[in-house]
Design a protein around this ligand. Structure first.
Ligand SMILES: [Zn+2]
Length: 666
């Protein structure tokens, strides 16, 4: 099919832009001041390869053909013993499977360290030279600097002549302590190792992953033997595993990706190698018997094209619409902007270049403006325009209030707000049988407008909705009418006060406003004085308590819902402890389990955090992200049986509870 003329012009321009961008980044990378991450650079590289496979810059390895700057001119040049070619890359499981195809293969899998490559050259066991990557054939000789680094051995146990290859890295701990002015560990390591005076090299270390003996290609027969030999000489070596199935490698990559932020050094993927060492392959510009299996990219740059306002209850949340970018394996076009203050503090406009991030399972968000030069100048719009904020509620036409951290409709009778309150109540009580669709139908027919209306529903009328059978209607009603005793915090949070969740209400209750009566009588100034609350939130609580006064009374008068009496200190044996639940429980719903631990003074958390006391799961050995994180953080992981035991005997600190790696129980 013929393409339109403009289409071709665009493609050409895109190609030129891409080429220029790659050259620019290549130069900055080899000058030791990389502006973008490896993963991002690789995406550009792959895109160029796809658009124009014959492009000459794809043939060059390293900074060849790019003029050097003064920073590296001072070092003498030296040739590598093992040429440092470029690695083939797999960006996703499909590409990896394509490479890994074949019967009976085994795979050596190593952490791909994200630092700066260095080759150490030995003569009869003595270090004679250390050479940076350079163009892959020739690099800078930085021997004096290398000798100041950790892990660089001046002499080996064996009278070995040849090269040892490793990655110069900075640990997160060192970066955190001394180098937070550098964008990341890799930038810091790259800059420091090329300093003429060698200052700071003692903050770096070398982790080895490869070696080759001069004139003896048979010295190393396989990669495992090679790693063992390196270790025996005294090198720290990269983490190495062996797998026999590509699926195992893919699962391992996901596992490592989930925990990599807790590793001491940065890694940006895995290197997969054939177990048998093949020197002739290693000498190729692009060795075929190994591949870099990268992690998904987490940050990308794009242009903000529009802002949409997502409505949830009374709140209007800005969502940025950006030019599509690939992040973490998916194409992102919409990213969260949080609130009006965020837009103002970043000075965002339609047309701004922005950085979009997606970490873990979190939805993508716009984190800030993109750094200068992150996007090609030609791609930026000539004009920027202001972001417009909606002025009136789409549901009731009331003028919206811009509260800085929240743009919202202040009308207490706003239909959107009432519906949201019902949904919130159902979610706080975890009445899953009462689905969102059914609530909306009941709301639209004006059968249920307030929470108290839920408790007047009869099975017969429900059966008319959603083609619901009598049995399931009865089941829904049974769940609605299950007697429940809620903490004051949960009860109030269920009424969906704007921006006031259960955590805030827990603080209020802990400050002594621990019954509904005391709360209603509390002066705003006293509420505002509760730690972390502030005047605005206190004002919202006071106003909302007035607005929902009658509705709350109606709910309590129904006799199904009651508020737990304020706990005496000695009835809170789990005070100070926190629990996170993952997966289904057998004996109760998650919501009930959370109520039970709260009644004993503990907190419920939705994610695994550093100070979490327990992760409760019925599959403690699973490789789920929560499990891995808990193990890494040393959080105690317990199963349902142990959890029930703990509820029965909360003060006991049961022996049967399994400790995490560094876990402390009580
Ligand atoms: Zn409204």
């Amino acid at each position: 099919m013929m393409k339109k003329e403009e289409g071709r012009v665009t493609a050409l321009t895109q190609l030129e832009q891409l080429t220029r961008l790659i050259q620019k980044y290549q130069k900055s990378y080899y000058d030791g001041e990389a502006e973008i991450g490896d993963a991002e650079f690789d995406l550009l590289w792959d895109e160029l390869k796809a658009l124009d496979p014959a492009n000459p810059i794809l043939k060059k390895v390293g900074a060849d053909g790019v003029s050097n700057t003064a920073g590296t001119d001072g070092f003498p040049k030296a040739k590598h013993r093992i040429p440092m070619g470029s690695q083939e890359k797999a960006a996703n499981p499909e590409e990896f499977r394509a490479w890994a195809a074949g019967e009976g293969r085994r795979f050596i899998v190593q952490y791909k360290l994200d630092g700066a490559s260095l080759e150490l050259q030995y003569e009869k066991g003595g270090l004679v030279r250390a050479i940076t990557r350079g163009d892959g054939i020739t690099g800078d000789e930085i021997t004096a600097n290398a000798l100041r680094m950790g892990g660089v051995l001046p002499a080996l146990a064996a009278p070995f002549s040849g090269g040892v290859r490793g990655e110069v890295v900075m640990t997160h701990a060192v970066w955190q302590e001394k180098y937070t002015d550098k964008a990341n560990c890799r930038n810091a390591a790259n800059g420091i190792m090329r300093r003429k005076d060698g200052a700071g090299c003692e903050d770096l270390k070398l982790i080895a992953y490869d070696a080759a003996a001069d004139g003896d290609d048979g010295f190393f027969k396989d990669e495992k033997q090679k790693i063992a030999w390196l270790e025996k000489q005294g090198f720290e070596v990269t983490v190495t595993k062996e797998f026999s199935d590509p699926s195992e490698v893919i699962a391992y990559r996901a596992e490592v990706a989930a925990m990599r932020e807790y590793l001491p050094v940065d890694i940006d993927g895995l290197v997969i190698k054939d177990p048998a060492t093949d020197m002739s392959d290693l000498r190729k510009a692009r060795p075929e018997k190994q591949i870099a299996f990268k992690f998904d990219l987490e940050t990308a740059f794009s242009i903000l094209r529009a802002v949409e306002w997502s409505e949830s209850g009374a709140t209007y949340t800005p969502i940025g619409v950006v030019d599509p970018v690939r992040i973490a394996g998916t194409t992102v076009q919409r990213a969260n902007l949080n609130n009006p203050d965020m837009i103002r503090s970043l000075g965002l406009m339609i047309g701004s270049a922005v950085s979009v991030v997606k970490r873990g399972e979190i939805i993508p968000k716009i984190e800030g403006l993109a750094p200068e030069g992150a996007l090609p100048a030609g791609s930026l719009p000539a004009e920027k325009t202001a972001i417009l904020f909606p002025e009136r509620c789409t549901s009731c036409d009331t003028e919206l209030v811009d509260g800085g951290t929240r743009l919202y409709c202040p009308n207490p009778g706003c239909p959107k707000r009432l519906l949201h309150r019902l949904e919130k109540w159902v979610s706080v009580l975890d009445i899953r049988e009462l689905g969102e669709k059914l609530i909306r139908q009941l709301f639209d027919k004006e059968r249920v407008r307030q929470i108290a209306d839920l408790y007047t529903l009869e099975p017969e009328e429900l059966a008319e909705y959603e083609r619901m059978g009598e049995l399931s209607a009865a089941k829904v009603i049974r769940h609605i009418r299950t007697l429940r005793t809620l903490s004051l915090a949960a009860f109030v949070a269920g009424f969906d006060f704007e921006g006031v969740g259960e955590t805030i209400m827990d603080k209020v209750a802990a400050a002594g406003f621990d019954t509904l009566d005391k709360l209603r009588a509390a002066p705003v100034e006293e509420l505002a004085a509760v730690y972390g609350l502030g005047e605005i939130t206190a004002g919202t609580i006071a106003l909302s308590l007035t607005e929902t006064h009658d509705e709350m009374d109606r709910v309590l008068a129904g006799g199904i819902i009651s508020i737990a009496a304020p706990p005496a200190a000695d009835t809170q044996p789990l005070r100070g402890k926190s629990f996170c639940f993952t997966g289904e429980l057998v004996s109760m719903k998650r919501g009930e389990a959370e109520e039970k631990i709260k009644a004993l003074g503990a907190q419920a958390k939705s994610s695994v955090v550093k100070d979490l006391s327990f992760l409760v799961t019925n599959d403690p050995e699973s490789g789920s992200a929560k499990n891995l994180k808990a193990r890494k953080l040393g959080v105690a992981i317990i199963d349902e049986g142990q959890f029930l035991e703990l509820l029965k005997n909360p003060g006991g600190g049961s022996d049967s509870v399994k400790k995490g790696e560094q876990g402390e129980l009580f």
